[in-house]
Design a protein around this ligand. Structure first.
Ligand code: AKB
Length: 315
C-alpha cells in the first residue's frame, strides 16, 4: 500500500483510520473522500480531503486515477438500525459503493478493504463461539448487504484476481467521531451521557450479549490484514474478529465501579432489540489469529478506563 483512498472517510471509523494510515504510509499518501461538505472540511484539516459520491462511478474512477491510488478503503455504509428505516436506500448505498469500489479496483489494479460486520449473521447462526464458516442468513437489510458484499468481494478475487480483504467488525467503541445508526451505538453513547448527566437510558435489553472492539484494535486489524502475506490467507472476505463480548448490565457494572453515582435505566427499542438478539454472543476469531496474526490488546476494563478519561477531557 503506497497511495490510499478512503471513501466514506468522515464517519466513526474513517476519522480515526485516516490519521492511522497517515502515520504508517505518509501524510500525503492518504486521500480522504466524503459526500458531506462539513466532513470534507474537517478532513482537509489533516489530509488531502475531497468531496466524492462513491455512487458516482465516473467521479470515483477519476479520483483513483488522479491520485495514483493503489488501495481503496470503502467505508461507505448505512448501518443496521438506520437501514431498517429505509431498506431500499440501504441496499443502494451499501452495494452501490461496493460494486463501484470493486470495478474501479479491477480497472486500476487496486487492493480493496470493505468492512463486513457481526450483522452478517442472523438468528439461525450458532450464537456462541460463532464459527468463521457457518450459517449466514441475516435478518436485516444491513446484514443482507454484508453477506452479499462478502460474496461479491470473494468473487472479484477468485474470478478477476482483485486483492479484496475484509473483517467482520463487532461494535466499535471509540472516542473520536460518534457512530450513527447502529445497534451497538449504546456502548459509545453511554460514556457521553454518564459524564454529562450522570444517567443513561439504554435501548438494548440488559442481558443482550454482543461482541465489541476498541478503536485502536480495529485500526491495527485493518492495516495488519491488508499487509498480511497473501499466501497465508485461506479466507479473505471476511474474518471474524473480536476482543470482548458483554451485555449492557456487564458494561454498566464496570462503569459503576469507577463512578458509583452513575445510574442506568432501560427503554428497549424493539427493532434494535431484535437485531441485537439475532447477532452472535461471541465470535470465534481463531482463523484471523492463525492466518494473519490478529492479536487484540484491549479488554473491557482497559477500554472503560480509557474511554472515561478521553471523553471527560473532550466534554
Ligand atoms: C451496527 O451496529 O450496525 C454496527 C455493526 C456492528 O456493524 N456497529
Amino acid at each position: 500500500m503506497k497511495r490510499i483512498l478512503v471513501v466514506g472517510a468522515g464517519g466513526q471509523i474513517g476519522t480515526e483510520l485516516v490519521p492511522h494510515l497517515q502515520k504508517k504510509y505518509g501524510e500525503d499518501n492518504v486521500i480522504a473522500a466524503d459526500l458531506k461538505d462539513d466532513m470534507v472540511k474537517k478532513l482537509q484539516d489533516i489530509c488531502i480531503g475531497i468531496k466524492l459520491d462513491a455512487l458516482d462511478g465516473e467521479a470515483f474512477n477519476q479520483a483513483v486515477k488522479k491520485y495514483n491510488i493503489d488501495s481503496i478503503f470503502n467505508l461507505v455504509a448505512l448501518l443496521s438500525a438506520t437501514g431498517e428505516k429505509n431498506p431500499q436506500l440501504a441496499w443502494k448505498i451499501n452495494m452501490g459503493a461496493l460494486i463501484n469500489s470493486l470495478e474501479i479496483a479491477l480497472e486500476n489494479r487496486c487492493a480493496v478493504f470493505t468492512p463486513s460486520s457481526i450483522g452478517a449473521f442472523g438468528t439461525s447462526t450458532p450464537h456462541d463461539n460463532t464459527p468463521q464458516d457457518t450459517v449466514m442468513r441475516p435478518n436485516t437489510i444491513y446484514g443482507v448487504c454484508k453477506v452479499s458484499g462478502e460474496l461479491l468481494s470473494d468473487y472479484y478475487f477468485t474470478r478477476f484476481g482483485v486483492d479484496t480483504r475484509s473483517v467482520r467488525f463487532p461494535g466499535i467503541i471509540s472516542n473520536g467521531a460518534l457512530p450513527g445508526g447502529g445497534t451497538t451505538d449504546y456502548a459509545v453513547n453511554v460514556f457521553y451521557e454518564i459524564l454529562k448527566k450522570g444517567h443513561f437510558t439504554c435501548e438494548i435489553p440488559h442481558d443482550s450479549y454482543m461482541d465489541m472492539l476498541y478503536m485502536p484494535d480495529a485500526l491495527e486489524a485493518v492495516t495488519t490484514l491488508m499487509e498480511a502475506d497473501p499466501s497465508k490467507l485461506k479466507h479473505r472476505n471476511s474474518f471474524n474478529i473480536t476482543s470482548m463480548s458483554f451485555t449492557p448490565d456487564m458494561m454498566f457494572e464496570c462503569i459503576k465501579k469507577r463512578m458509583p453515582q452513575a445510574s442506568f435505566s432501560f427503554e428497549v427499542d424493539p427493532v434494535k432489540a431484535a437485531i441485537a438478539d439475532s447477532w452472535p454472543n461471541k465470535m470465534d476469531d481463531s482463523c484471523a489469529r492463525e492466518e494473519w496474526g490478529w492479536n487484540p490488546r484491549w479488554d473491557m476494563d482497559a477500554m472503560v478506563d480509557d474511554m472515561l478519561a478521553a471523553i471527560a477531557k473532550k466534554i
